[in-house]
Design a protein. Structure first.
Lengths: 832, 457
């Protein structure tokens, strides 16, 4: 039975299976496991290895109960046994109790009694069950099994094999859920242990989940070790803002300090799984480098602390002294939805500029995002459906969505078609995996949906037809969309989306954007030309808005171009770092050199914040209340658990204070008033009961029905290669030098150093000698960089991840050409 | 020479006067070659088989009541009938013989590999499948080598591979070398191992191999000796086969006798006809207990089987009767212990085997068997405590709850508890460790108590 089956069955027993539980006649769902049926009927069965999000193994034997299927009662593991008609189950008999007590005693036989110094003590299933089951006193007088005390199995996870009860949860998670089979059982009998292979650490993006599901203290997370006792922790449910999946989390704090994040089992979204980025990013909250006071620039490279009122006054002055169309605002995806609305209202309705863009040009353009008919993860990945992955490697951008898609393909018969810029973490599982060189995705997708033959030599007609038959088949098609290549104009992927809209209008989308609340930002109007709700600029927008910019503004590229040309007076950064993130590095640099005033609302110094004149400290995840709009358009709560440090405060409060400084009442004084205004202003929010947001399991999915579409002209053409030989492919790695990761002490070291990768075939094609470095060249620029052969890279492409230490590939990207080309050569050949 | 130093090495096959079904070629030094096999009627059964319809062949085997020789004794023909009409389906041959005391499949593989291969081909044909995996225990290098050679010869001669004997029947036999684990003799663990995973049993249900076996496809797992019977059955018919042995258990069995008998070895014996007494004392068989000592106990079916004693000597070598008497014939390994045997040591030796070979999957087996071993070791070392005897029995009941199968003891008015034991584990390995403990403690408790009383300070 798959988990999806089970979910479907949880609704209500349609065709029930009658069975008897402790003498009581009950009805189980079709295919329901006995342990689940017991849980549902409030009959508790102890367990260690069973986990409702993984396939059962029946390993720990703790859940043995007496079952009679007509051949007399026998002990059966309830986690492996689907309820069958007329099954008689006894969970309280002496035989059952003896079996459970026996197993517990045996589990404790070799388990060390180090609970007082164990991180799990106080929240340990083994400890809890030892109170309820087993003899209370051990008869085991022999020497316990010994292993070297905790060994690091990765940078984030420690393994204490003495505590391990070999439940197979972590190992099952690694191989079945994450697909990172890096931890295994080795040896046998009572010497059986979990371990890694030599030189192959458990370097999984999802390693922290094993700590969460470990039923003892065998796996501990390095960032949490010895930091707190469970009974000292306070907890609240919230939502991860690390990427656009909106994974549900539990925030835990001790002494007003964020101390741990756990995954929350949300049926609709993350099934309790988190990426390590979701899980450990809270370390940034506690970073010593956090900006907690308003700062003002003094001289070239230093800032001094100023009073909060002074900082607001300076900001107000800068805005007042600038012509409204000479003000640009970049960022806002980091903020809660309420903050995004407040910023949009401040800048568009009060300051009067439409040069407001949450996007940094490395993602999907706002008009595209706003035009997509969205679907939910559950609908898109429903058993038997077809999913097109249009873009790049999901695991690097939205890892929890990757887990859901992997499960759908592995367990639920979902067919995956990849139209990606390189082979991804799912390529091996895909029904058809097609790699598209930069500049070809639009043309290829159009052909796939309407044509008869492959327009690309690299894709055989057989593969093309297989993909075409699938995508045009009976099964419902959903498109998981992300940016294929930062060095390629987003126009191409927009063309591909356009092809779907035109030829397969039933297809729905999941925009898997990398930055947290991006969907919220564009929905709240942090995009040029749009007002909250995806409404285009119109003078009669809403009574709550005093005015609307007359002229449509420009996006981040336009803002930076204006700044570079000396036409921008004030640049406001809402948690954005264009100097590090905007694809065209040279343009961003020139913009900062030529803009008069830069105001940053941020929590850390990064390249852009360092150059800012005024810095307003802002509250982070867990410090403010708000809400989050995920890639499905699902609204989920962000709750405050700790106090924001010093003068750091919520985005919406900064916006209200700046408005007030400008002499305008922004229209709300409390979060509730702000939310009421959103409900009144944006139709999709009209029916939201904000007070219930915190208690809802999965959160409401907002309708994204729009009456307009993107207009598509002809498919963008491909520029000619100026004789360089390779097309540049630039995308993100999960671990990079991003501001948040860099300020989370345990994560900062996980990013690799920069390298470029080309296919083994191209190494021969370009006659590269065996060497660790190569020279890459564009125009007058050239650089010596590390390189690796990688069969995931299509022929004719050079793959270089952005934002890694050692080299900034963005200097090779120019927005003047929609596709960037690059030349590669051996070090020796440049000598002569 | 002290009796304790007496070590019996498996001497191999002993030719008794019993009829021979699977060991008929063992008298030839070159019994493993294709030349000898062909000269002694080899592959004639295959020729007959492919002229029949698959269902006819299966029917013949079912009528012959060919009981599985791996341990459980389930009729092969009935097992075959469990396959649902789903393809692909596989035949897996369990050649991972490693039950303590068992070495009969090894001889079959070493000395008559073609007979096994022919048996595989007949089975594949009868089941309408074309891929067979021959899983041979890792330590059996000679068997591996001889089967490898025999397979090459059979392929070259057109008996296996594409278009067998010019027909449109094609069957591939894949030889797989085990990595050395007792548990892989358990069929679902063997399948896991064959798939490239760690050898750990799967729970039945739902993973009955016939329904969800290798690669989750219908799979028949048969023992080497079981399949080695097939050429004879096809050539001579079910009726001729049933003339040997008893009604419930027709045919012959290979029995591996080790321990304190004068002539240990592997014997092919008619099932249900010969008794243990005849086997141990008969001139055609083991010719008596060594040094003419008294018999103290014997294990009738491999290390996993509860022990038998003097009173059970007249039981016939037949699975059902042995089962009802409180043990099992299992894989046909009989270990004889004479009056000089130290029962604590014997018990420790068998328990240690199971503790070391536990795969580590189920808690009761993983933790229980090694705990048992530690206690027995302590008692044997003179560090036992009075409560250790009850503790051993209690741990045993945590692995195998309820009364454990054992032989009757008339003297004490104790009745037999029939086989098999109940279990809190997935497979019978853990419960097997309880057999020597309950057997030895029931009859020889005084020996344990004596060692405990001698406690060294």
């Amino acid at each position: 039975m798959t988990i999806a089956d089970k979910n479907a069955n949880q609704v209500e027993a349609v065709t029930g299976v009658p069975f008897t539980l402790n003498g009581q006649e009950l009805v189980a769902n079709e295919g329901e496991l006995l342990i689940d049926a017991c849980d549902r009927n409030d009959v508790h069965i102890p367990r260690f290895c069973y986990h409702n999000r993984m396939k059962p193994v029946g390993m720990c034997r703790m859940c043995l109960v007496e079952v009679d299927t007509g051949r007399g009662p026998s002990l059966q593991p309830s986690c492996m046994l689907p309820v069958t008609p007329e099954m008689k189950v006894e969970t309280e008999t002496q035989v059952t109790k003896d079996a459970q007590d026996g197993v517990l005693e045996l589990l404790l036989a070799n388990h060390p009694l180090d609970c007082p110094v164990c991180d799990k003590g106080g929240e340990c299933p083994l400890q809890d069950n030892a109170y309820a089951y087993g003899p209370g006193e051990s008869r085991f007088v022999e020497e316990k099994r010994h292993f070297e005390k905790p060994i690091p199995i990765s940078d984030l996870v420690n393994l204490d094999r003495e505590r391990c009860i070999l439940c197979d949860r972590c190992t099952r998670f690694a191989s079945d859920v994450a697909g990172d089979s890096l931890i295994h059982f080795i040896d046998r009998g009572s010497q059986t242990q979990v371990n890694t292979f030599p030189d192959h650490p458990f370097a999984s993006y999802f390693s922290g989940n094993t700590v969460q599901i470990c039923p003892v203290g065998a796996l501990t997370a390095e960032p949490y070790r010895f930091k707190a006792r469970p009974w000292d922790l306070e907890a609240t449910e919230s939502t991860s803002t690390v990427d656009s999946s909106g994974a549900r989390i539990v925030l835990q704090s001790s002494q007003d300090k964020m101390i741990r994040i756990l995954g929350l089992d949300s049926d609709a979204v993350n099934w309790s799984w988190l990426s390590d980025k979701d899980r450990f990013i809270y370390e940034a909250n506690n970073s010593e480098d956090r900006i907690t006071q308003p700062l003002s620039k003094q001289g070239q490279d230093s800032h001094t602390k100023v009073r909060l009122t002074a900082a607001v006054a300076q900001t107000v002055e800068a805005l007042r002294n600038s012509r409204s169309d000479r003000i640009g605002v970049i960022g806002g995806a980091r903020a809660p939805l309420e903050g995004q609305y407040a910023w949009a209202k401040l800048f568009k309705a009060i300051v009067g500029t439409d040069n407001v863009a949450a996007q940094l040009g490395d993602c999907l353009p706002a008009p595209l995002l706003l035009s997509l008919p969205k679907t939910t993860i559950d609908t898109a990945f429903a058993p038997g459906s077809t999913v097109v992955l249009l873009g790049s490697d999901l695991k690097e951008d939205v890892p929890t969505l990757f887990l859901r898609l992997r499960h759908a393909v592995m367990e639920d018969g979902v067919k995956l078609i990849e139209l990606t810029s390189r082979k991804t973490s799912l390529s091996e599982l895909a029904t058809v995996s097609i790699q598209l060189p930069a500049g070809t995705v639009g043309q290829f997708t159009t052909a796939l949906l309407s044509g008869t033959a492959s327009p690309l030599k690299s894709v055989s007609n057989k593969v093309f037809k297989k993909a075409a038959a699938l995508v045009r088949g009976e099964a419902p098609v959903s498109v998981v969309l992300n940016r294929p290549n930062i060095a390629e104009s987003p126009r191409y992927v927009a063309d591909a989306v356009g092809a779907f809209r035109q030829h397969l209008p039933a297809a729905k989308f999941l925009p898997a954007v990398r930055r947290g609340n991006t969907i919220g930002a564009v929905e709240m109007g942090l995009a040029p030309g749009y007002l909250p709700g995806g409404v285009r600029l119109q003078s009669n927008f809403a009574s709550a808005w005093p005015s609307i910019p007359e002229k449509a503004g420009v996006d981040t590229q336009g803002i930076l171009q204006a700044a570079a040309a000396g036409k921008l007076e004030t640049l406001v950064l809402l948690g954005a770092d264009p100097l590090d993130d905007f694809p065209d590095k040279a343009l961003a640099k020139k913009a900062f050199e030529n803009v008069a005033t830069v105001i940053a609302v941020d929590c850390f110094f990064n390249e852009s914040v360092k150059q800012s004149d005024i810095i307003l400290p802002v509250a982070m995840l867990g410090e403010v209340q708000g809400s989050f709009l995920n890639l499905e358009g699902r609204l989920s709560p962000l709750l405050a658990k700790v106090t924001a440090p010093d003068n750091a405060q919520a985005d919406w409060i900064w916006a209200a204070e700046i408005a007030s400084g400008l002499g305008v009442n922004i229209g709300f004084e409390t979060l509730e008033e702000l939310r009421s205004e959103i409900s009144a202003t944006v139709p999709a929010f009209a029916d939201i009961d904000w007070s219930k947001l915190h208690s809802a399991d999965d959160g409401p999915v907002l309708s994204s029905d729009r009456t307009w579409n993107l207009e598509f002209s002809e498919v963008a053409s491909l520029p000619a290669d100026p004789g360089y030989g390779l097309r540049l492919l630039v995308d993100h790695k999960l671990w990079d030098q991003g501001t948040m990761v860099a300020n989370s002490s345990s994560l900062a070291g996980l990013a690799e150093d920069f390298y470029v990768r080309i296919s083994p075939e191209d190494i021969r094609n370009f006659g590269l000698t065996k060497s660790d470095t190569v020279v890459i060249e564009v125009g007058s620029l050239s650089a010596e960089v590390a390189f690796v052969a990688d069969a995931r890279v299509p022929v004719g492409t050079l793959w270089a991840p952005v934002h890694l230490a050692g080299f900034d590939i963005r200097s090779f990207i120019s927005l003047d050409t929609p596709v960037s080309f690059v030349r590669i050569m051996s070090l020796e050949s440049t000598d002569g | 020479m002290a009796t304790n130093d007496y070590v019996v090495h498996a001497p191999g096959f002993v030719d008794s006067k019993s009829p021979k079904i699977v060991t008929s070629r063992f008298e030839h030094r070159d019994s493993f070659t294709l030349k000898r096999y062909e000269a002694t009627d080899g592959y004639s059964a295959l020729r007959k088989t492919i002229r029949k319809s698959p269902s006819e062949v299966a029917k013949d085997v079912k009528e012959a009541v060919l009981l599985g020789r791996g341990g459980a004794g389930f009729p092969a023909g009935v097992k075959w009938g469990f396959l649902p009409p789903i393809w692909p389906r596989y035949l897996v041959v369990n050649g991972d013989e490693s039950e303590p005391g068992t070495y009969k499949d090894r001889l079959l593989m070493e000395r008559d590999p073609h007979q096994l291969i022919e048996g595989c081909l007949i089975t594949c044909y009868a089941l309408g499948l074309n891929t067979c995996f021959l899983y041979v225990r890792g330590e059996m290098a000679l068997a591996q080598e001889r089967i490898g050679q025999a397979l090459n010869d059979a392929y070259d001669a057109g008996y296996a591979g594409k278009n067998i004997l010019g027909t449109d029947v094609s069957i591939d036999i894949v030889l797989h070398w085990g990595a050395g684990a007792y548990i892989v003799g358990e069929e679902t663990a063997l399948i896991e191992s064959l798939e490239g995973n760690r050898g750990m049993p799967r729970l039945k249900p739902p993973f009955f191999p016939a329904a969800k076996g290798l690669y989750m496809k219908p799979t028949i797992v048969n023992n080497v000796e079981t399949l080695a019977n097939l050429p004879w059955i096809v050539n001579n018919g079910a009726d001729a086969y049933k003339k040997f042995g008893s009604e419930a258990s027709p045919g012959t069995r290979m029995l591996a006798i080790s321990g304190h008998v004068k002539r240990p070895g592997v014997y092919e014996v008619e099932q249900g006809v010969v008794t243990f007494r005849e086997l141990f004392y008969g001139d055609d068989y083991c010719q008596g207990i060594r040094d003419d000592n008294d018999l103290k106990a014997f294990i009738p079916g491999g290390g996993s089987a509860p022990w038998f004693f003097e009173e059970q000597l007249d039981l016939p070598l037949e699975a059902k009767e042995v089962g009802a008497a409180g043990s099992m014939l299992g894989s046909g390994a009989i270990v004889v212990m004479d009056s000089t045997t130290d029962m604590v040591k014997a018990c420790l030796r068998v328990v240690r085997f199971f503790a070391r070979e536990s795969c580590g999957k189920c808690t009761p087996c993983r933790e229980g068997t090694s705990w048992e071993e530690k206690i027995l070791q302590r008692i044997n070392d003179g560090k036992g405590r009075e409560e250790d005897i009850d503790l051993l029995l209690s741990i045993g009941s945590q692995i195998s709850p309820g009364p454990y199968p054992m032989a009757a003891w008339e003297e004490e008015g104790l009745e037999a508890v029939s086989f098999p034991p109940k279990q809190t584990t997935i497979c019978p390995l853990g419960p097997s460790s309880v057999a020597p403990i309950t057997s030895a403690l029931r009859r020889f408790r005084h020996e344990f108590e004596a060692k405990i009383a001698e406690v060294t300070v």
